[in-house]
Structures are given as structure tokens and as C-alpha cells.
Ligand binder design. Structure first.
Ligand SMILES: NC(=O)c1ccc[n+]([C@@H]2O[C@H](COP(=O)([O-])OP(=O)(O)OC[C@H]3O[C@@H](n4cnc5c(N)ncnc54)[C@H](O)[C@@H]3O)[C@@H](O)[C@H]2O)c1
Length: 277
């Protein structure tokens, strides 16, 4: 008996990192997956692009659990692409119960007055508008089925507090909270619950790269993961540098399970205490 037996989940950014972990954990709990990812480098992003090989690894892991996965290449900046994924996935798997707006980027840090128009708009287009497009593509399917459902939007601790030098990221992630609250209001009467999760640093390719190491340790010429760990630990209340991807997946599984059947409109930190520090 899984906690998500018979459900189908649409997940953006499924090729690697948290998206892959969510797909695997959801499959372990009995869900089938409709997943998509841009599978290309994004100009201005601080991490390398996810690849076809990354996606293949996600597919292999889900199928090893005897669950089905429809995995597509699509960009959250295109509603047509996202809609095609949702439509084809539901046609294949027969239903849609869960939506995870997870895809996102981080880009070069700088003071708010020095961020370019382009960098700010790209960030919002992916990390906020892309989340809205993902849910928008899913709503008609959930509504038509009449089974209710659960939507979880991945914000960040940076969606509930400010961080210097990433005004574009912080703004987009705060925007996700407004989107979540509005969707919760609009969809609650149809028994579709909408919540957001707010992770502190998570051990994924988004942060495990030289750009991030150097950002946190500008005093060092060649900062390493260990150097970053010391700085990252300082941010958290609990003495850990970062969380594992499955820590976020477990919170999301809870929100999508019947255990959370009357929880909606909630901002759930998974943050080792950052927000109370
Ligand atoms: N890693 C962290 O420390 C951290 C902390 C808080 C919140 N988050 C958020 O968690 C979410 C997942 O990030 P992650 O840590 O797994 O990073 P990640 O870089 O490992 O994964 C993000 C995935 O999203 C995909 N993606 C990016 N832009 C896309 C687009 N335009 N269309 C489709 N797919 C796209 C990428 O290709 C990648 O596979 C993001 O929204 C991120 O902002 C991350």
C-alpha cells in the first residue's frame, strides 16, 4: 500500500535534482509520473543544463519501481509546450491528481540596482510565470476528472524572507506564494488543494557548482564544496550545511497524501530553521 496509489503526478524539472527525487519518491508511493524538463543549458543560469542522460536516469529509476513515466522535453516558458505534455500525459495515463511546479534556475548574483532587465525577466519567466503555466495546463484535466487533487509549488526560504544580491530570485519566489494563495482560493471549492514548500539549501546541481562556492566564499580563490559547507551551515539554525533532495520530496509526499486532505493555502518551510533564526 502506497500513500499515492493510483495517482498520476505532473512534475516540471524532472530530469535531475529535486524533480527527479520527487518522481522517484512518488513512484515508491504508487504514483505514475508525467515529467518534463528543458534539457538544455539556460543562458545566465549558474549551473550546467540538464541533459537527455539525466532524464534517462529519472526514467530508469521510476520504471525500476514498476511505475509508468511519460518523460518529455519542454520549457516552462512556453505554455504550448507545457500544455502538450499535460495533454499527452493524461491521454496516456488516464488521469491527473498531483502537480508539482518544481522547475527553476538560479542566476548570477548582484545588487538589485545592477541586475540587468534581461536577467530579472528571465528569472521571473521561469521561476514564477513558468510555475503558473504548469498549473494552468493541469487545471482543466483535474477539474474535468472531478477527483480533487493536490498542487505543490516549490518556492524557497527566499520566498518568505529577503536575501541580499538575488532580488530577482527572491522576487520570483515571493511571487510563487501569491500564486499559491490565489490558486488555493480558486480551486479549494473543487477539493484541489494548493500549497508551497520553502527549502533552505538543497544538495542539487543548482547549488553544487563553482559559481555558488565562490559566491559564498568570495574570500577564497578556488572555493570548494567543503568551504561552501562551512558558509552554508552558518545560514541554518540546525547545524547542517544543506538538506538532501528527498527531505523536500518527503514533505511534498505528505502534502499530496490523504494525511493532508484538509491542508491548503499553506507555506511549508523545509529549512533547518532558517526562517526562525
Ligand atoms: N537547491 C537549492 O538549494 C534550492 C533551495 C530552495 C529552492 N530550490 C528550488 O527547487 C527547485 C528545484 O531545483 P533543484 O535544486 O532541483 O535544481 P536543479 O538545477 O538540479 O533542477 C532544476 C531542474 O529544472 C529544470 N529547468 C530549469 N529551467 C527550466 C525550464 N525553463 N523549463 C523546464 N525545466 C527547466 C532544469 O533543467 C533542472 O533539471 C527550483 O525551483 C529551485 O529554485 C532549490
Amino acid at each position: 500500500m502506497g500513500r499515492l496509489d493510483g495517482k498520476v503526478a505532473l512534475i516540471s524539472g524532472v530530469a535531475r535534482g529535486q524533480g527527479r527525487s520527487h518522481a522517484i519518491r512518488m513512484a515508491e508511493e504508487g504514483a505514475d509520473i508525467i515529467g518534463f524538463d528543458i534539457l538544455e543549458p539556460i543562458p545566465g543560469s549558474t549551473s550546467e543544463g540538464a541533459t537527455e542522460a539525466d532524464m534517462a536516469e529519472t526514467v530508469k529509476a521510476v520504471e525500476a519501481l514498476d511505475r509508468r513515466i511519460i518523460a518529455k522535453k519542454a520549457d516552462v516558458r512556453s505554455f504550448d509546450q507545457v500544455k502538450a505534455v499535460a495533454d499527452e500525459g493524461v491521454a496516456e495515463l488516464g488521469r491527473l491528481d498531483i502537480v508539482l511546479g518544481n522547475a527553476g534556475i538560479s542566476s548570477s548574483p548582484s545588487a538589485a540596482d545592477l541586475i540587468s532587465d534581461e536577467a530579472f525577466m528571465d528569472m521571473v519567466d521561469i521561476n514564477l510565470t513558468g510555475v503558473w503555466r504548469t498549473v494552468k495546463a493541469a487545471i482543466p484535466h483535474m477539474r474535468a476528472a472531478g477527483n480533487g487533487g493536490s498542487v505543490v509549488l516549490t518556492s524557497s526560504a527566499a520566498g518568505l524572507m529577503g536575501y541580499a544580491n538575488i532580488a530577482h530570485y527572491v522576487s520570483a519566489k515571493h511571487g510563487v506564494v501569491g500564486l499559491m494563495r490565489t490558486l488555493a482560493l480558486e480551486l479549494g471549492p473543487e477539493m484541489i488543494r494548493v500549497n508551497s514548500v520553502h527549502p533552505t539549501t538543497v544538495d542539487t546541481p543548482m547549488v553544487m557548482n563553482q559559481a555558488t562556492f565562490s559566491l559564498f566564499r568570495p574570500d577564497l580563490e578556488n572555493a570548494t564544496k567543503e568551504d561552501f559547507a562551512a558558509a552554508a551551515t552558518q545560514m541554518n539554525l540546525m547545524p547542517v550545511p544543506w538538506l538532501e533532495d528527498f527531505d523536500i520530496s518527503n514533505a511534498i509526499i505528505f502534502l499530496c497524501s490523504d494525511e493532508a486532505r484538509y491542508i491548503t493555502g499553506v507555506t511549508l518551510p523545509v529549512d533547518a530553521g532558517v526562517l526562525v533564526k
